[in-house]
Design a binder for this molecule. Structure first.
Ligand code: 4AD
Ligand code: MG
Length: 467
């Protein structure tokens, strides 16, 4: 359909050609007292439907018109009579119905104004709506843009493992892997499921981040990136958290925090430019149906430098707001982890654009971040964006063996599982930095959708792992 309706002449020049269309009926109506029917057919190639006309002598119309029916039809393209029903320059007149996948009467998504919450209960059907089709194609383009950006920058693409023994973020928010041997399916001991059968006698987990393994590549002297699923066992019910999400992680060789911020900013800008160039119909659909300002936002993000403030400056700005009467639910003082309301205040009220906050207090950040000369802060950075809050987390890594060892001891982390990681410092250390971008949050940001559960086809969150 895209190759027909997407032509500069709207398809008019194809009049008379015979084509086969396979797609799904969006709406169908019998006309002329049941002598013919018009079907709006979508084949997934674009968000526009092709108008299809079927005569009652060709097929039982009542089987074709219900929303959701799958059809394969052969016919001739013809220019519709002037002034009639459609804005389209071309329609299909059906000669033969090759296949029909009928729908039962209880088709749950035949209406057009269904709530996103309702649609979450129909994960297997909601991709049929234009909104989900648009979001999924934007997501797909963002993925292509990611490979475009890191490919152009000559990063090595690494596939980091999903099963691991290390807890990169040290937050203990990990799902443990258990082994289900052959029968009985779930090992039962004293009437209870025995979870002690873990990863072949070892405790292993689903990864929270591919960073530590990515550092291996970067320390072999070439910047690298990874793009894969990551898992967090945080019992979060927010519109910004998933239990399984995709993360794009980059690790830059011979790079300090500033290089890291530059790369993260360039990557986000590249994705925005990519969408502006390659994704106009889906973005226009989002502008009409979800967030009016989304295209303008892409342009502005692509063109305007991000604001950069230290954590200390960010706290001062928030304290100033409090002194002027702004009420935050979470108390503001140096040393706190910024809450989502603080991040949104900085990006939406103070700067009205993405903000990179850097040099965070050591006490609220992970063990691997490089300690600054002040001894109080670490070379960490978060990229915060309007509406979403934290989009990217990154840092310069602590490359000094003695310093990181001491930091791990101070934090009470066992060094044994991280011996290999310490080896990277002991055996030819390298200055390096990196970041991770929450991919679903990027989709949220560009589309203007409100809930992270609606920007990934199969969201995983407390209570939801079906399909
Ligand atoms: O800030 P985080 O925890 O950083 C890391 O995992 C580092 N190891 C990354 C690195 O330096 N290579 O997570 C990175 C990003 C966050 O900024 C956020 O966008 C996203 O991942 N994120 C989540 N997205 C959805 N659901 C969750 N539960 C998320 N937790 C983090
Ligand atoms: Mg973070």
């Amino acid at each position: 359909v895209k190759s027909i309706l997407g032509r500069p002449d709207g398809g008019a020049g194809l009049s008379g050609q015979k084509v086969r269309i396979s797609g799904r009926v969006k709406t169908g109506r019998e006309q002329g007292k049941g002598t013919f029917a018009f079907l709006e057919v979508n084949d997934g190639s674009c968000l526009v439907n092709l108008q299809v006309m079927v005569d009652a002598s060709v097929y039982d119309l009542s089987k074709l018109v219900p929303t959701g029916t799958s059809v394969v039809v052969d016919g001739y393209l013809k220019i519709p009579p002037e002034g009639k029903r459609t804005k389209q320059k071309i329609e299909l007149s059906v000669e033969k119905v090759v296949f029909v996948g009928t729908v039962d009467k209880d088709y749950p998504i035949h209406k057009t104004d269904l709530s996103l919450k309702y649609l979450r209960d129909y994960t297997h059907l909601r991709s049929r709506t234009n909104l989900f089709a648009a979001v999924e194609s934007i997501r797909d383009e963002l993925e292509k843009a990611t490979h475009g950006f890191f490919g152009e920058e000559d990063f090595l693409k690494i596939r980091t493992p999903i099963i691991t023994t290390s807890d990169c973020e040290g937050a203990g928010e990990m799902f443990q892997v258990t082994t289900l041997m052959s029968k009985p399916v779930l090992p039962v001991k004293d009437g209870r499921i025995d979870y002690s059968q873990d990863f072949f006698g070892r405790k292993a987990f689903l990864t929270v981040s591919g960073q530590l393994q990515l550092e291996i590549s970067a320390c072999s002297h070439r910047s690298a990136y990874t793009f894969g699923p990551t898992f967090r066992a945080e019992n979060s019910h927010t519109s910004r958290h998933l239990a399984e999400f995709s993360m794009v992680e980059a690790e830059l060789t011979e790079a300090d925090l500033e290089d890291d911020m530059n790369c993260a900013e360039a990557y986000v800008k590249y994705m925005c430019e990519w969408l502006l160039e390659k994704c106009d119909d889906a973005m226009e659909f989002m502008a009409k149906n979800a967030d009016e300002g989304c295209i303008e936002r892409l342009k502005s993000v692509a063109m305007t430098p991000f604001e950069r403030v230290t954590y200390t400056e960010a706290i001062e700005l928030l304290e100033k707001a409090v002194s002027q009467g702004k009420v935050f639910e979470n108390h503001v003082e140096w040393g706190i982890d910024l809450a989502s309301e603080h991040e949104r205040y900085l990006t939406e009220v103070v700067f009205q654009k993405p903000v990179v906050v850097y040099n965070y207090p050591k006490g609220i950040k992970a063990f691997y971040m490089r300690v600054n000369d002040d001894g109080k802060t670490v070379a960490a950075m978060d990229v915060l964006v309007p509406k979403v809050g934290e989009l990217i987390g990154g840092s310069q890594r602590e490359e000094r063996y003695e310093v990181i060892k001491e930091r791990m001891e101070e934090m009470g982390l066992p060094t044994e599982p991280y011996e290999w990681y310490l080896d990277l410092r002991r055996l030819g250390t390298v200055k390096h930095s990196g970041f991770g971008l929450g991919f679903e949050r990027m989709v949220l940001f560009v589309t203007g959708m409100d809930n992270i559960r609606d920007v990934t086809p199969f969201p995983r969150y407390p209570g939801r792992a079906d399909l």
